[in-house]
Design a protein around this ligand. Structure first.
Ligand code: ATR
Length: 272
């Protein structure tokens, strides 16, 4: 049996094993996907164990940036956004990828929404924001970032502005919002269990957005999404992104593509 795992802290709540093990079963791979709780200070030791025992692994909070120090090769997209969520192990040689951006965009495709050249407000500047931001910029979107710690947003802007001149703006105050945006994206943990009673934005602002996309999937409908729905916005939660980043990671590990029909069936089975 080939072993794969999700490395994070915490990870026990994750539904990634359900998704990945269904994909392996559908591909008739004799493989198993588990979770591995690794504290930040133990990542180095964990990498030794991972190299010896696992053919590949996913990386989640808080290791998506830290893992990059231990990889032999990092593919261009992961390098650009400065975060890795998928690692392939070829006999001890580790290659890092990022499939989060792909998963993020696939959710729009499912809804038949063309995201190129859109006007976007993105809340947050942490690990989850990176892949989303790069993907949006690669699709020529104009992105405004607002984050509790403005300096973090500014530093992300400095990192990316060379590759995407003129597309990225940072604001420090909600009063600086434009009158209209195509899309609002929440990449913070505000609204996630156990903080389901909070929202990252005051609800009167929500009427300025056509689409509201929350990366959170626990609960499925956050306070943000419920309020957005009430104001007539189209809403998307974090489940499609979770599913499609997993599909892409699995393809990297197995070199095999899930047929479209099977992919749809698994989506219905694991996500709905
Ligand atoms: P992740 O990998 O999930 O993005 P992270 O790197 O710790 O995790 O980033 C969390 C994001 O949520 C950050 O943008 C953080 O804001 P700061 O940069 O100011 O820390 C944001 N966030 C977390 N808790 C928050 C809170 N209570 N209020 C506002 N923003 C919060």
């Amino acid at each position: 049996t080939k072993l794969y795992t999700l490395v994070g802290y915490p990870v026990s709540h994750s539904i990634s094993p359900v998704i990945q093990n269904s994909i392996f079963a559908a591909k008739q791979c004799n493989s198993k996907y588990i979770t591995l709780a690794v504290r930040p200070e133990s990542l180095k030791e964990a990498v030794t164990v991972l190299k010896e025992n696992f053919r590949g692994f996913n990386v989640t909070i808080p290791h998506k940036q830290a893992i990059m120090d231990y990889l032999d090769v990092i593919e261009p997209k992961a390098l650009l956004c400065g975060a890795v969520n998928t690692v392939k192990n070829d006999n001890g040689r580790l290659t890092g990828y990022n499939t989060d951006g792909y998963g993020f965009m696939k959710a729009f495709q499912k809804l038949n929404i063309e995201m190129a050249h859109k006007e976007v407000l993105l809340i947050g500047a942490g690990g989850a924001a990176r892949a989303v931001l790069c993907e949006l910029l690669q699709h020529h979107c104009s992105v405004t970032v607002i984050n509790r710690t403005e300096a973090k947003a500014k530093s992300l802007q400095r990192e990316l502005s060379g590759n995407f001149p003129g597309l990225l703006t940072v604001i420090s105050d909600w009063h600086q919002l434009q009158a209209r945006y195509d899309c609002l994206i929440n990449t913070t943990s505000l609204g996630m269990e156990p903080n389901r009673s909070v929202s990252p934005i005051d609800s009167p602002y929500l009427s300025r957005f056509s689409i509201v996309y929350d990366l959170v999937y626990n609960p499925f409908e956050t306070k943000l999404l419920a309020e957005a729905k009430r104001r007539g916005c189209m809403t998307v939660n974090g489940l499609p992104m979770l599913f499609y980043q997993a599909v892409a990671a699995n393809q990297i590990w197995t070199d095999s593509v899930l047929p479209g029909k099977t992919e749809q069936e698994l989506y219905e089975k694991t996500i709905r």
